[in-house]
Design a protein around this ligand. Structure first.
Ligand code: GLN
Length: 314
């Protein structure tokens, strides 16, 4: 507990200032105009302490941004709650990949023709298809409720502009979904699954929301703010482990080696970090590096992890 006080508000703000110049070294995701036009000069962070329930934020921590691939985490958690862990793992592997997030190779090289992991797009689309519901609308509303609960925020809602462009420009995702379907890996209709997937990616969140979600994983599946269990400990453990090997796509190895906590990124510039038994961390900065991870965000998270001695491999 004393570790918390190694960093105060001012020190966190200083780390934000120190890393802010990296905003000019990356580029916003440009595949859809709605992401390209977001102000690139933003860097924000929230830490949530699971023991003291204190929240510490600096920079643009209440700015809303598109959750994008960070949504693959709650989608996986809900798919596991719905089907059981072993059934989900019958469909999707937990292997690292050196390919970019939307590459079809994330399945092809695997001898059993299952997606390599749930955090590359082809595995995430498969994961979303496993969420139960009587219709795509029902699946989406169940996932949205779950995300509101795990982020402890009832106001989380869809960014309609992002959703429309994701759906309109999602040809690669569409091809990945058809590829799954053609290999008998998708038990539902492609367009319905994609509707849920594009919507889950288009939810507006803040670093506070992301820190709360991370804190449930850090706290073994129990929501720190009300001490109620939301997901099984087994599921929290598995997801943290997959985040460690695959949370930052083809940069996951580097992130593990140099930052050293379970992480998950999104092309909206969000980054989630989990410090087991200590903190949930949310970071936001729109410009991305070549792998699609927040450039300033990764550097800021590294500084925080170093300062608080959170590296899980230490
Ligand atoms: N909506 C994006 C996509 O599917 C999410 C990808 C990401 O955040 N890496 O292409």
């Amino acid at each position: 507990e004393s570790r918390w006080w190694i960093m105060n508000q001012k020190e966190l703000e200083q780390l934000v200032i120190k890393n802010k110049s990296y905003c000019s070294e990356g580029q916003n995701a440009h595949y859809i105009p709605a992401l390209a036009k977001v102000n690139p000069n933003q860097l924000g962070i929230t830490l949530y302490n699971i023991k003291t329930r204190d929240m510490l934020s600096a920079g643009e921590s209440s700015v809303k941004f598109a959750i994008e691939s960070i949504s693959k985490v709650p989608a996986l958690l809900l798919a596991i709650e719905d089907n059981g862990l072993s059934n989900v793992l019958n469909h999707i592997n937990t292997e690292a990949t050196g390919f970019s997030f939307n590459s079809p190779l994330n399945m092809e090289i695997n001898h059993d023709k299952h997606p390599l992991n749930p955090f590359v797009n082809i595995g995430a689309i498969e994961t979303t298809s496993l969420i139960q519901g009587s219709s795509p609308d029902d699946c989406y509303s169940r996932l949205l409720s779950f995300i509101k609960e795990i982020c402890h925020d009832n106001t989380i809602s869809l960014n309609e502009e992002i959703y429309q462009s994701e759906a309109k420009t999602g040809d690669i995702n569409r091809s990945l979904a058809y590829y799954l379907k053609g290999n008998n890996m998708l038990s539902k209709e492609v367009e319905g699954v994609l509707e849920v997937y594009f919507k889950q990616c288009s939810l507006n969140v803040t670093t506070e929301n992301i820190a709360m979600m991370a804190s449930v994983l850090a706290n073994k599946g129990i929501k720190p703010w009300d001490n109620k269990r939301l997901i099984s400990e087994e599921s929290a453990t598995l997801v943290k482990s997959v985040m460690t090997t695959a949370g930052l796509y083809d940069e996951s190895g580097e992130f593990s080696a140099h930052v050293g906590i379970p992480g998950k990124s999104g092309v909206g510039g969000g980054l989630m970090g989990v410090s087991p038994n200590q903190f949930g961390i949310g970071v936001f900065s729109p410009p991305l590096d070549k792998s699609g991870n927040s450039l300033a965000g990764v550097r800021l998270l590294k500084d925080v992890v170093t300062k608080l001695h959170l590296n899980i491999f230490d």
